[in-house]
Each structure stands twice: as C-alpha cells, then as structure tokens.
Design a protein around this ligand. Structure first.
Ligand code: 3NM
Ligand code: MG
Length: 520
C-alpha cells in the first residue's frame, strides 16, 4: 500500500474571500457550498483580518461542508488554525511561516502549498517538499492588489519549465485574475513542454459570481476540456505543412477579407495613422484608428482584429494597450503586436514586458532587433527603429520558432527574407522590394494587413499571416516594376493601387500575381 498524503485534485481551486466587495452579504459557508456543488476540487480559507477565535469557528463550519463533498480544506497562512480544526493543510505565502517549520508542526500527511512568483522561489519550495505551488500573480486583479509581481503566462511557463527541468513533480496551480474568458488560453499558454498546470485557483470568478455553482461548473468544464486554441496553432492538419499548400491557401484568405470587410482596429503611432488606414482600405478591411483603451470594449465585438503598434508609446498609451488587449482577449478576437523599436529605450523594453504579460497576442511582428528584444535575448541598445542584421538565416528561423513555441502564437521577423513560424512550422518568404525600406510605416502597415487576414479566420492562422505577407510584398514588387515609379515617392500610390488590384484580381479568381510567391 501507499504511504503519505492522499492525491489531491487541483483542477479548480477555490480561495475564499469574505470582503464585502466580493461576498456581499451572503454567508461565506453558503457560497462555498454552492461552489462545491458546481465541482470545486479543493478549498482554501483565506481571511486576512479577524480574531483567531472567529477564524477557528469559520474553519470548523467550512470543514464540515468540504468533508461532505470529500474535498480538502486548507487554511491560508494560519498553521495554528489548521491544527485546531484538523483540516487537510495550509497554504503559505513567501512572508508567512517557513515551509520546514509548517511541515514540522503539521506532520508528513498534511498538504502544504506555497505561493511563488519566481523560478528561485519555486525551486526552493519544491526542494523543501511543498505539495503544490500557487504560481502568480498571472494577471493584475482587484482581489489582491499588494501582489509582488504580475508575471503573465510567460512567467508561469518559465516556472513550470524550470521545475520540470529540475526533476520535480510538484503539483501546480496558477492564480490571479483568472476567469471564464481567459482560463483556457492561460492554461494552454502556460503549458510548458514537460509540465502542464494541474489546475487554476480563483477567488472572484466564483466567490463574487451571482451563481457560484454555475460559475464553478463552467470553470471546471473549461479546465477539463480541450482548449480550442490548439486547433488554431497547429493548423488544420498535415495538409498545410508544406510551403506549396500554405501558398495555395492565400487566395481564400484574401477573398475572405474582400467579402467580409473585417474591422482593423489600429492603436498605432502618429507617423503611420493615415497610411495604415489607406492600406487597410486597399486590402479590403475597414480601418479604425482608435488609441483610447476604453473604446475597445465596444470595438472588439465587431468581429475584427486589433493591432497594437507601440511606435509612439508613452505610459498612458501603455495603459490603453492593456485595456484593449484585455477586451479583445475576452471577446476571443485576434491581436497583432508590433513592438516598434522594442530595444531602443528602457521605456520600450518595459512596455514589451508589460504587453506580453497582459494578455495573449496572436501574432508578434517585428524586425530582427525587435524580435530579439521580445525574446529577451538582446539587452543591446537598438538604434532607433531601424532594422539591424546580425543573425544568419538559420539563426533567424530558430529564433522565430522558439519565440512562437514559447508564446504559442505566430511570430514574423521581417527583413530581406521574412521568417514566419507558429512554433511547429517555419517558413521563409523572399518577396518584397527595397522601396518598402525607404518609405516610413511599411512595417506598421504590414501589421494592419495581417490583422485583416487573421480577423477573417478563413484558414489556419499561420497560413493567413503568410497570405497577408504575400499580398503585401508582391504588391510592392508589382508597384516597383511600374514604369511611372522612379523612387519611394511615386512608389507609395502605386503600392496602394497594387494592393487593391491584387485583391480585385483574386476576388475574380485571377491568380497570376501568386506565381511570384517565394515561400520555402
Ligand atoms: N493570491 P482573483 S493573487 C489570493 O498572486 C491571491 O499569490 C495571489 O483573486 C497571488 O481570482 C490572489 O479574484 C487573488 O483574481 C486572486
Ligand atoms: Mg499569505
């Protein structure tokens, strides 16, 4: 027979909160019982104020209910209370009693969890024999504002990867701002190759719900069902793994933009507003240039996609990006991130980190220096927003693949040859023209073109992104070849015309332009 602690199911971990803003005037025990009916798999009593006597009596009451549903009860921080009521264990924060002492007091059979927000804290807790880690804070949350750090999905994944690499099988949940609309995405994005999350911990998503039972049931269902993002990322099967098949999908993507006129919501810089709006119109999208974050809550419902272009970022702009990103994520609509000049200044490097940890980005598009900075491999000072060129083609392919695999999205590195990857499939595109490099805002407007293509969702996301790049770069080639085009000035109107002409031709099934595609 097996010795030691019983196996705990961490799938849906409820942390209580009896502050009025969350609980209202409902009795804590009633709300928890409803949540248990809905399928909560473990409960933590978390009371940051109040007398010990009161806490012990609430814990006793709760224990009776959790036992009825055969679900473990842990107490936050208070080893004495856990001992007094004889519940299953405790959850300790970094400032609470140390793990070794708690273990000594509670014995080998108690379940003990530890809050961690860094790799170091996680490894220490695993080493010290924690049963599980509460990893957070994933997203900023009004429930707990004194959290140490917002680490985003990327932070959670780094911790998971490091404990797997170190050989620990410690269970894990993540916590902070998790709700129905972001649960599956977080779950999926956090999944490190070797170690998926074992569950999610929530406070307000259940405790503040009008119907805690229904909320818990919904959340548990989401934890246990297959994330829909998987299909998106892997593509629609083995028929789109070769370059030829990907190119063959381009016309359907362009036709669909043409026929559905998706909204392209641009939060972009002052230099390219007008040009980006014209490019959006030329490719058949409906542009809106709206930088105010509050507006996104309405705009995200219109079936379009968002472009976050941090070309002229400032602290207020960053707050707007975060609001819009959240709104689009919650609506399940795609987001393109263009980290313009990512490595140029401290503010921009910080902005990149903030955006990456504020939500899910379907596509990250940048030049070599920008992608390096987003990946975190480059601390070097970037000069302005110009492209730099130091990696060889195989290194570029590797970088976009690794970043896309890490972020579970599509990464585009532009350059003379563009590299595009979804972490599994990686392609190089050799189209375009040097005039694109002599006109301001062409990179930004490529982001806009990509947003239109992925908003229409006509094929797998990677193929849609590549369709947008081909449309854009082949239009540049055709424009540059026109007799009246003699330089960047005459190029711009010709380029808008060719974007438009390719779209019209494609809608009429004239695909001659596509013969120029150089994808490998
Ligand atoms: N601990 P909600 S965040 C209790 O980061 C708690 O350690 C956190 O509440 C941590 O699900 C948090 O309402 C509150 O966002 C989570
Ligand atoms: Mg604590």
């Amino acid at each position: 027979f097996m010795m030691g602690r019983p196996k705990v199911d961490y799938s849906l971990y409820l942390v209580t909160d009896s502050t009025r803003a969350i609980l209202g005037d409902r009795p804590l025990v009633d709300v928890v019982e409803e949540a248990l009916k809905g399928g909560v798999t473990i409960v933590q009593l978390r009371e940051k104020t109040g007398d010990t006597g009161h806490l012990v009596s609430v814990a006793r009451e709760l224990l009776e209910v959790t036992q009825k549903y055969s679900v473990p009860l842990l107490i936050n921080d208070r080893v004495d209370v856990a001992l007094a009521v004889g519940c299953d264990g405790v959850h300790i924060g970094q400032d609470d009693m140390d793990l070794a002492t708690a273990r000594k007091l509670l014995g080998p059979d108690a379940t003990i969890g530890v809050t961690v927000s860094t790799v170091e804290e996680a490894l220490k807790a695993c080493e010290g024999g924690a049963d599980y880690l509460g990893i957070g804070t994933v997203y900023a949350t009004p429930t707990k504002t004194n959290t140490k750090e917002i680490i985003g999905a990327a932070g959670v994944r780094d911790i998971l990867a490091s404990i797997a690499d170190a050989g620990y099988s410690t269970q894990t949940v993540c916590i902070g701002g998790i709700n129905e609309s972001n649960l599956q995405r977080i779950f999926f994005q956090c999944a490190a190759e070797k170690k998926p999350l074992d569950g999610v911990a929530v406070v307000s998503a259940v405790m503040a719900a009008q119907d805690p039972e229904a909320a818990a049931r919904k959340l548990l269902g989401l934890v246990r069902s297959h994330p829909p993002f998987q299909a998106d990322i892997r593509g629609q099967g083995s028929d789109v793994v070769d370059a030829q098949s990907v190119v063959a999908l381009a016309p359907s993507v362009i036709q669909r933009v043409h026929s559905t006129t998706p909204l392209s919501h641009n939060m972009t810089n002052i230099v390219v507003q007008n040009f980006a709006a014209n490019v959006a119109l030329a490719v058949g999208a409906s542009p809106i240039m709206a930088g105010y974050g509050e507006e996104a809550a309405d705009l995200c419902k219109l079936g379009g996609a968002l472009v976050i272009n941090m070309g002229s970022v400032d602290p207020a702009g960053l707050v707007n990006y975060m609001k819009a990103l959240k709104a689009y994520n919650e609506a399940g609509r795609p987001v393109v991130f263009d980290p313009v000049g990512a490595g140029a200044t401290t503010l921009r490097r910080q902005a990149v980190k903030t955006v990456l940890s504020s939500g899910y980005l379907d596509v990250i598009k940048g030049n070599e220096g920008e992608i390096k900075t987003v990946f975190g491999s480059s601390q070097e000072q970037q000069r302005g927003v110009d492209s730099s060129n130091t990696l060889d083609p195989s290194q570029k392919a590797k970088l976009v693949r690794e970043l896309a695999a890490r972020e579970k999205n599509v990464v585009v590195m532009t350059g003379k040859t563009d590299f595009v990857s979804d972490g599994v499939r990686t392609f190089a595109i050799d189209n375009g023209h040097e005039y694109l490099g002599l006109v301001t805002g062409t990179g930004c407007t490529l982001g806009t073109t990509i947003s239109a293509a992925i908003a229409s969702r006509s094929s797998d996301r990677l193929s849609s992104v590549i369709a947008a790049i081909l449309h854009f770069e082949i239009a540049a080639e055709l424009a540059a070849a026109r007799p009246e085009v003699r330089g960047p000035g005459t190029f711009v109107p010709a380029f808008l015309d060719e974007l438009f002409c390719i779209r019209q031709a494609t809608a009429n099934n004239d695909l001659a332009w596509l013969a120029r595609a150089k994808v490998s």
